[in-house]
Design a protein around this ligand. Structure first.
Ligand code: GLY
Length: 337
């Protein structure tokens, strides 16, 4: 089976049945699985042959305490340098599996079966493995490319609608960031069709992964172009920090709408494009109402530890399909709302 892409020339991404691909891709020798506890329950046959460590699902568990627990479980299980770690789950599980594997004994080889749409189109691809610290997103982590990423679209059929929709937020982000054609394809369809039409869904995933693989190949360590993948995330992260109500994708949808508003106010984006974006997000079922006040959200964004001297790095959409990273003070950003 050929990969659909090879990220940075070393990290192939496959689309197909996980059980079949794993037979080809797993190395000889010991394999230890780190799996989202829900996924381990849903797919017992996938993990049956391996020592399996379940990790709790949910952003609140994506922290250094869980990484410490994983390292302790690795020691108990006799994991050594020759052990291959297989992470199975959505972006949260693969982030934790990848992070633990890349620091344990100074680094083990690892690969992923990505089981959520959000993981397949974004989080599990590209070699970022991070956890949150004190509620700040992805403050500790590594850039280490997995040996492979498997996107099994059949596994998406068991995802709750809410989780599936969360992945669509990252697809919409990708389209606004870099692919007008993808955006138009999304405009021509709807949530129910994307859930049921496997060919369309695979095309959407393939296109999203292609864009991400291209960007990561040119800027693996996020010195420039990779920052564009954070479109909508400045305020999404602030929203996730200010309220526990949203999953990541839901916060990204609101973050996209808000940054498009700001881009229109700054004269960077035509209002028709902003309106098309809001209409698409609503059609896909996102609630775009802001549950906290704008000053509260801006204060949380201004406090983000990744800012330098009060300057935010914000990705502004310029149109459907193009965007630009700008440095802007928190005060000036606040004036755009
Ligand atoms: N999820 C953003 C990135 O991989 O850079």
């Amino acid at each position: 089976m050929n990969p659909i892409f090879k990220v940075c020339g070393v990290s192939p991404v496959y689309m197909g049945r996980a059980s079949e691909l794993l037979r080809e891709l797993l190395p000889e020798g010991r394999v230890v699985v780190v799996a989202d506890e829900r996924v381990a329950r849903l797919y017992p046959s996938l993990v049956a042959d391996y020592k399996t460590i379940a990790v709790p699902a949910g952003e609140s568990f994506k922290n250094l305490e869980t990484i410490l627990t994983l390292c302790l479980r690795f020691i108990e299980a006799g994991v050594d340098r020759s052990t291959f770690i297989l992470g199975i789950g959505g972006g949260i599980a693969t982030d934790m599996a990848g992070f633990a594997a890349s620091i344990y004994m100074r680094g083990l080889k690892f690969g992923f079966v990505s089981t959520t749409l959000l993981g397949q189109v974004d989080a599990s691809v590209g070699g970022k493995n991070g956890v949150n610290v004190d509620g700040y997103k992805n403050m500790a982590g590594t850039f280490t490319q997995p040996q492979f990423v498997i996107c099994d679209t059949e596994m998406l059929s068991t995802l709750p609608d809410r989780e599936f929709r969360a992945g669509l937020a990252e697809v919409v982000k990708t389209a606004v960031m870099a692919d007008r054609g993808l955006f138009e394809r999304l405009e021509q369809t709807d949530f129910a069709t994307l859930r049921s039409d496997r060919t369309l869904l695979e095309e959407v995933i393939r296109t999203s992964v292609a864009i991400k693989a291209g960007i990561v190949g040119r800027d693996e360590r996020e010195a420039g172009e990779r920052r564009k993948l954070n479109l909508g995330h400045t305020l999404a992260h602030a929203l996730e920090k200010s309220t526990q109500r949203f999953n990541h994708g839901e916060a990204v949808a609101i973050g996209l709408r808000l940054v498009a508003d700001a881009a229109v106010k700054a004269g960077l984006m035509p209002c028709e494009d902003r309106d098309r974006l809001a209409a698409l997000l609503r059609k896909l079922g996102f609630d775009l109402e802001l549950p906290v006040s704008m000053p509260t959200l801006l204060a949380a964004a201004a406090k983000d530890k990744k800012n330098k001297d009060g300057v935010l790095r914000v990705v502004f959409p310029l149109s459907i399909g193009t965007c630009e990273v700008r440095e802007i003070t928190a005060e000036d950003f606040g004036r755009l709302f």
